[in-house]
Design a protein around this ligand. Structure first.
Ligand code: HSE
Length: 320
């Protein structure tokens, strides 16, 4: 039996909730913006990994250096902890559709798809809370610190708020129905570790107050169903003022998008991808075209008009 699992791209931070908010993305044209993992029993008894897809070229050539292998080892360790030691190895195929260092939750997408697929393959030994904790730990190994703002929305869908409490790592927030989100990757790459290193260690009292007010207003507005207020409160005092210098043309892009009717503009995760929220598909399509012409730097870049993905990670295909 082979099983293919798809895990969507996500926007970490959503600008207003550094490390504690994230949203999953689903392109309106039905394209799959996320990595997939296919899993089946290994024929030779050893772990095997095959990597394919548009962004496979930046992955390590040795399968044992790939994060999918780390996921497999971590999963097997956890199975051993619950007394399941006799299980046979698997063969996995990673379809890498998200570029590394894009700010679209590329590593989270691979990790979440891998853990989800492993859990399905081995008969669901772990519940949602345990799997999410395992996903966050692996993501933390890669970026240097545990933050769930990509793995949680990627796994569970929707807009997620990180509570980081035992068994309640993350919970869903209400979604505004008419939001259309332009998600654009300019084609260059920024490592999360590098983008974290340039942030200040301390913030002023004024910044802390602004941050609290914007985040509080955002969550309040989502529960009120007030999309305009929610989007208007998407303001970033923690990361954007420092990170935007890493993204060529960011200020001009923001100005253009606001002039075209954007409700909010921000850096997706640690960048260089950006997101723009608007209230109509027509406006989003026009912004998407501007992005294609002016913001994308090379042939690795791409742009999509998206909605919030409500499904999260799911099985795409199962063959006997
Ligand atoms: N929230 C983290 C950061 C990871 O901005 O550094 C981004 O997904």
């Amino acid at each position: 039996m082979a099983l293919t699992v798809y895990a969507p791209a996500s926007i970490g931070n959503l600008s207003v909730g550094f490390d504690i908010l994230g949203a999953a993305l689903s392109p309106v044209d039905g394209a799959l913006l996320g990595d997939s993992v296919t899993i089946e029993q290994s024929e030779h008894g050893d772990f095997a990994l095959n990597c394919v897809g548009r962004f496979v070229d930046k992955l390590p050539t040795d399968p044992k250096q790939n994060i999918i292998y780390d996921c497999y080892l971590a999963f097997r360790r956890e199975m051993a902890e619950i007394g399941r030691t006799d299980e046979v190895a698997v063969s996995m195929t990673l379809e890498k559709h998200l570029p590394i260092g894009s700010g679209l939750g590329s590593s989270a997408s691979s990790i979440v798809a891998a853990f989800y697929a492993l859990n399905e393959h081995y008969g669901r030994p772990f519940d949602e809370a345990k799997l999410l904790a395992m996903m966050g730990e692996l993501e933390g190994q890669i970026s240097g610190s545990i933050h769930y703002d990509n793995v949680a929305p990627c796994y569970l869908g929707g807009i997620q708020l990180m509570l980081e409490k035992e068994g309640r790592i993350s919970e869903s927030l209400p979604v505004i129905d008419d939001w259309h989100i332009v998600s654009t990757y300019p084609g260059i790459s920024i490592s999360t570790a590098e983008a974290r290193a340039i942030l200040p260690n301390h913030y002023s009292r004024a910044d802390i107050i602004d941050h609290g007010r914007h985040l509080g207003t955002f969550i309040h507005a989502l529960y009120r169903g007030d999309g305009e207020l929610a989007a208007e409160s998407i303001r970033d005092v923690v990361a954007e003022p420092y990170r935007k210098q890493l993204i060529p043309g960011f200020d001009e892009m923001r100005e253009q998008m606001m002039a075209q009717g954007a409700l909010a503009v921000g850096i997706s995760g640690s960048g260089p991808s950006v997101f723009v929220i608007t209230d109509s598909q027509q406006k989003a399509e026009a912004m998407h075209r501007w992005m294609q012409q002016h913001f994308i730097r090379n042939d690795r870049g791409f742009s999509h008009v998206c909605r919030i993905d409500s499904l999260g990670t799911r099985v795409l295909e199962e063959t006997a």
